[in-house]
Every structure is written in structure tokens, then in C-alpha cells.
Design a protein around this ligand. Structure first.
Ligand code: C2O
Length: 577
């Protein structure tokens, strides 16, 4: 079960590129962002794929089922005779504990526990007369900005006037810390954290978080129509930190940001290190198209992997979370700070006003994805997903319990997004003008059976049989990828490509990237299996008569610390969750 708990392995469709100053800082920063807590007073949590033991040994079987779900959809879970309903339950606030850095396991010098209240109310979405419309941050007018700034000013003022008011700015920021840095255990599993990243809870949790944050801001300025601005990083017009957040006298300003990335620096969603602005924009659009459409073979590929009660956290990120979402965190986080605070670490991310606008766009991506006419089902019907729940304080300081099921339709939550262009929607790499000449590919390409397992200390070319000729609906599976978990690892995969030096991503042959950020695990080696959707790629590189393709695997970082067990092309597995 190689893909079991492959939580810390990141498969991105973002570009690779050569070692450059920016890829250096990528390797340094995200390690803080992504790794497991290691608490001395608790069992260490591991995301090592080979780890099957949990403190509750009886759960192993379930975890194994989940492992299957990881690759092929988890629909078997709900109907499994062995699977009892086990949605993640809301935390017990009175048991809130210490927060730790998820990469190093260091105890953090923060108390991010919320105030306690006796009564918990089951939240009912209120009626509304008008949808709140979230505008793109780069386009807001003066009047809007004045309101937004005033709301933030008042929220920050609460920190001083009543630090225990759960609507205060630091209290709001601490929500993220508590849910993400191990302050809460799962109810009934005192050694297992609640973690809202790297699983199917990622989108719903953050939607609810922003929902209350927005309503609190509206309450503080007595304007129930107030809507958060979104950082439109998927559009060239929004590919810098929005200027409203970069005015030093504004309450939206935060000095804990990467100074080199202040406007007009363009965000590089793929850490490509491309120096030419046009190439950065083109790469960004390619990445957006890839993580939203091209490489996404199943519901969970996009949403993230199943995560239920008793399961170790971080079973696996969806394409959006591991792609553009993380890129923006790393872009804004301040490398001068130990843990890349604020945006570069879970515990502090909510202290940056820009965090909420970043996540508004992440949320918008979820809403756009649901409207795409692709063959991937857009809903997860598993009750363990729908019934997962969280606690928040609402704008009236009431402690409320909310369910994932109530967050699926944002319009029912009373808001929508201002319509702007979506320039990546059809951003396909240009088709090969001529058929890619497989017969011309150098004769150093060997058959997979002869080559694997293989250590990636140099570029590998390998012949792989398709399951059928031509443009079949197929998926590339790289099996038993074994990595040194303490290293930053990245390699790229191209199909029928003659060029070893792929500096540009907007090419038809680019199939995807494997990336792993350094993380703490019990075992130093982690194993995982990844799959990449090939269907559209086949359409773009005419292979109509071929029953074999040549894969080129290019190591970008620490290839010598990666072994790939096997490689195969199989018919596309189940797409639904
Ligand atoms: Cu909860 Cu973008 O992190």
C-alpha cells in the first residue's frame, strides 16, 4: 500500500526549473509550512507513507482503505462494511493545548487558544436579502477601501480594548494557529491532531473561516453588505501583492512580508525563477490551467484526500492547495523571520490582512472549479466529508458549530464573487505542429522493466507501453517513490520530449512535477505513488499510432535522494470521490 498516508508528498504541476535564488528560498521556507508536529508530550505524528500503525491499531484497516481512496477515489468508504461513520468532530476548546511549528516540531511561543464559552449553537445560515459581492482587490474604489480599512482598524482595536473578544484581529488570526499547529486533538484520539490542511477539509474549513471573518468586519462597521476583496493572482492584472495592502500607513499593511516581493514584483506561482515578466505570466497561466483542469483526474485530485476521525492528519493535498495556494503563502512570507512569519507559517498566517484576501481567491478557485465542464465529478458525497464540523465565533460572539455540508454552495452563505476574466480557462499549451517523432528519440531510452527501480541522479529516459494505442484516457503512475524526507525534492516529467532543458512550461509535453517539502517523520524514508492525467496531453502531441511513449524524468533538486520503484501507464481510474 505504497500510497498510504503519503501526506507530505506533494505532487505539483508547477514548473521546476533550475536552482536559482528563488528556488533556494522555496526550499527553505515551505518546510515550516508543511510539516508534522512533533510534540514531546504526545506521540509523534508522521506522514511517512509506510507507517501503518496508529495509536489505535484497529484503525489500520480503515487507513488502508483510505490509501486506496487516495488514488482511486474513496467511494468505497461510505459503503464499506468496516467503515463506521467517522467525520472529523469539532475540537474541545477546553482541551486546547500548545502550538508547535509543523516542520521543526519546535514549541511556539504563542497561546492560540480561543476564549471559552459554555454554549455551542448549531449554526443555521441566516436569511439575507442581497448577496455580498467580493471584489478583486486591485480594482476596489476609494469608498470601499475606506470602509475596509475602518473595519480592520476596529478589529485591531479590539485586541487592545478587549483581548478576549473573539472578534479581535489576533483572536481571528489564532483560529488558524489553533486548527493548524496542533493545539487541538481529535475528539476521542488524544494523540492525533486536528489539521485542516492537506486533506478534503481544506476548502470547506477556509470557506467558513472567511465567512465569519467577513461577517465580523461587516458587523464592526455596521454594514451587512460588506464583502472581503479577493487577491486575483490568477489574472495578470492581479499578479502582484495588491497595492491596497502595501501602503505603509494603512491598517492593511503588514511589515512581516518579503520585501523583495512587494509591488511591482510579479508572483511566480511555480517558483520558476523566470526573470522575464512575460514568461512568469505565461507560466502562471499554464499552472492555473494545469491545476484546475489538465492534470486533475478525479474529484479528490482537486479537493484533497479523505481525512476522518482517528486518521493521522495530512493525507494529501489537492492540486490547488499544493499549487497556487502554497505559492502565494511562500511569496508573501518574510524570509527574515525564523518561521517565515507571517504568511509563511500556519501559526502566523492569519496575522497578515492579505491572508484573507489570498484565501478569498483560493475559495473562488473552488467555486470556479465546480462550474467547469470537465469529466470530473465536482461533489464529494461521502458522509464523513459532509458531516465534518468546526467551531467558530460568529459576529455576535456566539460559539457556533458548522458543518462542511452547509458550505458547499457559497451563494447560500450569502456571498458571491465579482465577475472578472478568467484568462487561464483555455490556456492549453500549443499543440505540436508536427508529430513528435518517437522513433527519433535517442536510443538510450530503455524499457521500464530494464531500468526500474532507479535512482534519479541524472535525467532518465524510458519507454513505457500505453494501455491502448492513440489518445486513450490514461494516467501515468509513478510507483514507490522513495525519498529522503529531510530533503527538498523536485523532478519533472515530460512525454515524448526531445529537449532535456525545459525552461518554459507552456509546452505540450509537460506532464507534471513531483515535489516534496522537507518534513519530520519517524522514518527518514518516505514512500509514495503519484498519478498524472495524460489524456489532454495526448491530444496535444499527436501520438495517434503509437503504443509506446518515451518519458523523460528530469531531476531538479536532490535527485540522488529519490528512487522510483516503477512506472506504468494505465487506463484512467475512477474519477469520483
Ligand atoms: Cu490555512 Cu492558506 O492556509
Amino acid at each position: 500500500m505504497a500510497f498510504l498516508q503519503s501526506s507530505c508528498i506533494v505532487l505539483t504541476t508547477t514548473p521546476h526549473h533550475h536552482t536559482s535564488p528563488s528556488s533556494e528560498s522555496f526550499s527553505a521556507n515551505p518546510s515550516h509550512f508543511f510539516t508534522h508536529p512533533n510534540r514531546t508530550h504526545r506521540l509523534q505524528v508522521s506522514c511517512n507513507s509506510s507507517e501503518k500503525q496508529t495509536p489505535q491499531g484497529k484503525l489500520d484497516r480503515r487507513n488502508m482503505l483510505l490509501g486506496l481512496g487516495g488514488l482511486y477515489g474513496a467511494s468505497n468508504l461510505a459503503s464499506s462494511p468496516h467503515g463506521n461513520a467517522a467525520p472529523i468532530k469539532p475540537p474541545e476548546l477546553n482541551k486546547c493545548g500548545e502550538a508547535r511549528d509543523v516542520a521543526s516540531g519546535d514549541l511556539l511561543d504563542v497561546n492560540c487558544c480561543p476564549p471559552l464559552t459554555d454554549t455551542i449553537i448549531d449554526y443555521k445560515l441566516p436569511n439575507f436579502t442581497k448577496l455580498r459581492v467580493r471584489p478583486p482587490a486591485h480594482k476596489v474604489n476609494k469608498e470601499y477601501l475606506a470602509k475596509f480599512e475602518e473595519a480592520i482598524r476596529r478589529m485591531k482595536a479590539l485586541d487592545k480594548s478587549d483581548p478576549t473578544d473573539p472578534r479581535g484581529f489576533m483572536q481571528q488570526a489564532n483560529i488558524h494557529c489553533a486548527y493548524c499547529n496542533g493545539a487541538y486533538d481529535q475528539v476521542g484520539y488524544p494523540n492525533i491532531d486536528i489539521q485542516v490542511h492537506e486533506s478534503w477539509l481544506f476548502f470547506p474549513f477556509h470557506r467558513w473561516y472567511l465567512y465569519f471573518y467577513e461577517r465580523i468586519l461587516g458587523e464592526l462597521i455596521d454594514d451587512p453588505t460588506f464583502a472581503l476583496p479577493f487577491w486575483n493572482w490568477d489574472n495578470p492584472k492581479g499578479m502582484q501583492m495588491p497595492k491596497i495592502f502595501d501602503t505603509e500607513s494603512s491598517p492593511l499593511y503588514n511589515k512581516n512580508r518579503n520585501q523583495a516581493n512587494r509591488p511591482p514584483t510579479l508572483i511566480d506561482l511555480g517558483f520558476s525563477g523566470a526573470s522575464d515578466d512575460l514568461q512568469v505570466v505565461v507560466n502562471n497561466l499554464t499552472i492555473m490551467y494545469s491545476e484546475m483542469i489538465r492534470s486533475v483526474n478525479s474529484t479528490l485530485d482537486f479537493m484533497g484526500q479523505p481525512y476522518i476521525a482517528g486518521q493521522l492528519p495530512r493525507p494529501g493535498m489537492g492540486s490547488s492547495e499544493r499549487g497556487s495556494h502554497i505559492a502565494a503563502h511562500v511569496f508573501v512570507g518574510d524570509p527574515r523571520n525564523k518561521y517565515s512569519e507571517d504568511m509563511g507559517n500556519f501559526y502566523s498566517a492569519g496575522r497578515d490582512t492579505l491572508f484573507y484576501s489570498h484565501h478569498a481567491n483560493v475559495d473562488r478557485m473552488w467555486s470556479i472549479w465546480k462550474t467547469l465542464k470537465t469529466d470530473v465529478p465536482k461533489e464529494i458525497n461521502n458522509p464523513d466529508y459532509l458531516n465534518a464540523s468546526f467551531l467558530f465565533y460568529d459576529e455576535k460572539k456566539r460559539l457556533v458549530r458548522v458543518k462542511v455540508a452547509d458550505s458547499l454552495d457559497y451563494k447560500k452563505m450569502g456571498y458571491e464573487y465579482e465577475k472578472v476574466d478568467i484568462p487561464w480557462l483555455n490556456y492549453k499549451p500549443s499543440k505540436k505542429a508536427a508529430k513528435s517523432k518517437i522513433r527519433k528519440i535517442p536510443s538510450d531510452a530503455k524499457k521500464a522493466e530494464e531500468l526500474f527501480p532507479i535512482t534519479l541522479n541524472k535525467t532518465v529516459r524510458v519507454l513505457v507501453n500505453k494501455s491502448a494505442k492513440g489518445q486513450a484516457d490514461e494516467v501515468l503512475v509513478l510507483e514507490d517513490i522513495e525519498t529522503d524526507t529531510t530533503k527538498f525534492i523536485k523532478f519533472d516529467v515530460f512525454v515524448n520530449d526531445e529537449d532535456d532543458e525545459a525552461n518554459e512550461l507552456d509546452r505540450a509535453e509537460y506532464a507534471g512535477t513531483f515535489a516534496q517539502v522537507p518534513h519530520k517523520t519517524k522514518a527518514k524514508k518516505g514512500k509514495s505513488t503519484i498519478s498524472l492525467k495524460l489524456t489532454e496531453l495526448y491530444e496535444d502531441i499527436d501520438i495517434a499510432d503509437d503504443d509506446t511513449v518515451v518519458l523523460t524524468i528530469i531531476p531538479r533538486s536532490n535527485g540522488g535522494d529519490v528512487t522510483i520503484g516503477g512506472i506504468k501507464i494505465i487506463p484512467s481510474p475512477t474519477k469520483s470521490a
